[in-house]
Design a binder for this molecule. Structure first.
Ligand SMILES: Cc1cc2nc3c(=O)[nH]c(=O)nc-3n(C[C@H](O)[C@H](O)[C@H](O)COP(=O)(O)O)c2cc1C
Length: 455
């Protein structure tokens, strides 16, 4: 059977020597950790280079970057790519306004071995340079990195992805967003109703990009449907699949357990790397999930926001468990990252609430100050963190005593999440309106020029 080897296979093989040493170092590290935990080598294939270089000589011998090769199955290429980025197991999940560069850098410093960008809206990304500049920032250490897009048009998706393909290790399609905004825009998990379109998008990227295409899905209520869906995406050209073990309807992650059974079934059915998502609250969960499902790595979102060092091996060592005082300490480190990488305040504020949350339920004056936030900037944020630690020391406690009931706190969190979702929806609608307006102006200008020339 002939298989198309696209630009990215070629580029990957070209840079294999550089990547190889990096891959060996990272993979052996991961291997030693996994062996220690008796995970075996099932999910971590050793990066032996023989086959790698055999392919390379054959592919180098052609001038074309789109070559027909008879014996490079898609899955082998996908595995080679995965190994070339270090077979990363510990992923920062994609999070709108929260998996931005500053946070990714913080997580990488504390054990995360790969990351996704927040979801980028393909149409806005293709057409809006201000959106592009604000929403996609990276730096040389920010790898491996997948840029995640939402889209429902293969051409727009490809055009958007082209802007970032040389700065990332892969381009991911968000097929899991269950929010109202995704329903309205017909993207994310609502594309589960139009799998033909999803296949076309995957194929478009797989055939044209210089980096692999990856997908992040949710489960269907039924295991067989989920496995069929995953297999179709693999066949369309996806090189890695991340599966969130909750359905589209199970929106509140904290209230519903993710189903690892379905993840296990998908992993068993696919031949490309598979990442598991859901119920990863700490590093022990991460190892357990990999062992149970056979997945090649895990994604964490909510829990990583609360403990950016969740993947650090020290968490499993005596005295290494996360403490309440880690919150303000991490917040100070996060602010330091924000000084190096300009970050919109709404993102900073979101992280400060996650990291300082438990203490802010006791020190409600600081909570109110951060909430209203008129004069709060990065310097004041650091002062607040130091103030929290000083007050804690004075009280002789290393844990907070909430002044707000758990019920009220949950309600406040829910309201804040709703408000953030509405604001996101408004930002997206405004940006789309602005693009439509610019397009109309350009068309009007062109028409006027044509008319002037005709005269
Ligand atoms: C604040 C936040 C933003 C998110 N944004 C995205 C996103 O942009 N793209 C995406 O695929 N999933 C997004 N998710 C979903 C997560 O990536 C993840 O699938 C989900 O939270 C389940 O993982 P968890 O149980 O570790 O939280 C987001 C989740 C959170 C909490």
């Amino acid at each position: 059977m002939h298989k198309v080897v696209s630009h990215w296979h070629f580029r990957m093989l070209e840079s294999s020597v550089t990547h190889y040493y990096r891959a060996i170092a990272k993979a052996s590290l991961t291997l030693s950790c996994m062996h220690r935990l008796n995970l075996g080598s099932k999910s971590l294939k050793s990066p032996v280079p023989a086959r790698f270089f055999a392919h390379k000589s054959r592919i180098y011998s052609t001038k074309s970057s789109m070559v027909q090769v008879s014996d490079v199955p898609h899955s082998s290429a996908a595995w080679e790519w995965f190994r070339s980025i270090g077979s990363p197991a510990w992923w920062v999940a994609p999070m709108v306004d929260q998996s931005e560069l500053a946070f990714r850098e913080l997580c990488r410093k504390h054990g995360s071995t790969a990351a996704y960008t927040p979801m980028l809206h393909a149409r806005l990304f293709r057409d809006g340079h201000i959106y592009r500049k604000e929403m996609f920032t990276t730096c040389p250490g920010d790898r491996p990195l997948l840029a995640q897009f939402c889209a429902n048009d293969p051409d727009i998706l490809l055009a958007a992805a082209r802007y970032v393909e040389d700065q990332v290790d892969g381009v991911d399609i968000n097929l899991g967003c269950p929010q109202r905004i995704a329903k309205k825009g017909k993207y994310g998990a609502y594309l589960m109703d139009d799998i033909d379109l999803v296949e076309r998008m995957v194929r478009k990227l797989a055939d044209n990009l210089t980096v692999p295409v990856t997908v992040k899905i949710r489960r269907f209520p039924n295991i067989d449907d989920t496995v069929d869906y995953a297999k179709r995406l693999e066949a369309a050209g996806a090189s890695l699949l991340a599966i969130h073990g909750r359905t589209r309807e199970q929106k509140r992650a904290k209230e519903v357990l993710a189903d690892w059974e379905v993840i296990k079934a998908v992993k068993a059915a696919l031949t490309i790397p598979v990442l598991a998502n859901g119920n990863i609250r700490d590093l022990a969960d991460a190892y357990e999930c990999m062992k149970y499902t056979g997945a090649d790595g895990v994604l964490s979102a909510e829990s990583l926001l609360e403990d950016p060092a969740l993947y650090s091996q020290r968490r499993l060592q005596p005295g290494g468990a996360v403490t309440f005082l880690d919150g303000p300490r991490m917040a100070i480190e996060y602010v330091d990252q924000c000084r190096q990488h300009t970050t919109p305040w709404r993102m900073v504020k979101g992280h400060l609430f996650k990291l300082l949350g438990p203490w802010l339920s006791e020190y409600t004056d600081l909570r109110d100050e951060l909430n209203i936030g008129k004069d709060v900037d990065l310097d004041r944020a650091v002062e607040m963190c130091n103030e929290i630690m000083a007050r804690a020391e004075e009280s002789g406690r290393d844990y907070p005593i909430p002044q707000i009931s758990a019920r009220k706190l949950a309600k406040m969190e829910e309201e804040a999440a709703k408000k953030a979702a509405i604001e996101e929806q408004e930002r997206e609608a405004d940006a789309l309106k602005e693009i439509e307006h610019q397009g109309a102006e350009q068309r009007k200008g062109k028409e006027q020029n044509t008319m002037a020339m005709a005269k």
